[in-house]
Design a binder for this molecule. Sequence first.
Ligand SMILES: CCCCCC/C=C/C(=O)SCCNC(=O)CCNC(=O)[C@H](O)C(C)(C)COP(=O)(O)OP(=O)(O)OC[C@H]1O[C@@H](n2cnc3c(N)ncnc32)[C@H](O)[C@@H]1OP(=O)(O)O
Length: 374
Amino acid sequence: MNVFRIPGVQLHTTGALMGASVEDFNNAKAQLGTLKKDPGNHVKLKIYALFKQATQGPCNTPKPGMLDFVNKAKWDAWKSLESVSQEEARQQYVDLIKSLVSAEGPAVATPPPESAQAFQSLLVTTEDGITTIRFNRPEKKNAITLDMYKELIDALHHAGKDDSVITVMTGSGDFYCSGNDLNNFTGIPQGGIEKMAKDSGELLKHYVKAYIDFPKPLIAVVNGPALGVSVTVLGLFDVVYATESATFHTPFSQLGQSPEGCSSYTFPKIMGNAKASEMLLFNKKVTATEACNLGLVTEVFPDGSFQSEVWTRLKAYAKLPPKSLALSKQLIRSKEKEKLHAVNDAEVERLIERWLSDECMQAIMNFFQAKPKL
Ligand SMILES: CCCCCC/C=C/C(=O)SCCNC(=O)CCNC(=O)[C@H](O)C(C)(C)COP(=O)(O)OP(=O)(O)OC[C@H]1O[C@@H](n2cnc3c(N)ncnc32)[C@H](O)[C@@H]1OP(=O)(O)O
């Protein structure tokens, strides 16, 4: 029995585990005990929750009383992962411990390796020549908060400069990403709603720019349903792999909004005006197979073998000559870069107007008043 003691939180590491990489999991557990720095309560609770989810599955214990603060925090952390599979939890556990250990690295003056970027809502790791940026708010279907947009810009910036060969974006839990967090538009900050719309527009412009200018092969591993801005930027990825149960939904007119992520240009280019209009104007949700037939998705894999097949392929891609990959990608993309930036500017300008419209405000209120989901 190997116990890693955190005040108030004990991890008893016994018992058989599901899945193939028991060795990785055990190595991560052992590495946990070598951490020199306290990772903080938020991270410790995440470690605890992922360990429980990986070894026992969804939280199956009664909720502690309100005054039992430590155990209630542990219970909440574990409960929040209930939609995360044990395999996924195990992978996230291994990824998180690796990022913490590499963040400590050898005690030298150089900055910690970029693979150690610690974020609140992302899990970013670099391994086998692949930097993986994982949306990590599974309890909120990986909806993107304002801070998360900033983290994604930062993560893409680092990934573009680190020593990885390719960059992969994927989601934790059963969703790829639920798009914009609709709470982003509920609190009216100082400076009023106009300032909020303008600031959000600037943030979105920089967010999409990070994809347009990304210098390395960028691959989406769509592990579940994808909505909104997480779908529209797929037109700026180099390859999109999807599990068969994934869906792709851009409910813009339902939300009183308009397309972003350069999709007003890339979608018609990829799938033709009529199919693009069905998605961008008429809110049509498409399956992974339909998205593949439209050209938005490169290949669809069976749910059961998706992760193993895709990661085997990505590891092979990451063994290719990095400069050849990056320079060839830039050749393919350079012709349209100026056009894409102009499209991004026009889409943002239109969205700022939309966000200030009654149509949009009413649609967002409908969502939070638990009207029928999209
Ligand atoms: C800087 C600004 C840039 C803006 C760019 C413009 C971008 C536009 C878009 O992305 S438009 C698309 C926005 N996304 C949505 O409208 C999706 C809204 N969510 C849903 O319709 C549903 O939640 C669902 C279909 C994604 C999943 O349904 P279900 O499986 O029934 O789960 P829940 O609804 O119970 O969701 C669990 C939990 O997550 C919260 N949540 C899910 N998605 C969002 C979201 N986009 N924003 C905020 N919160 C979200 C949901 O409220 C639940 O929370 P709770 O458990 O109730 O606290």
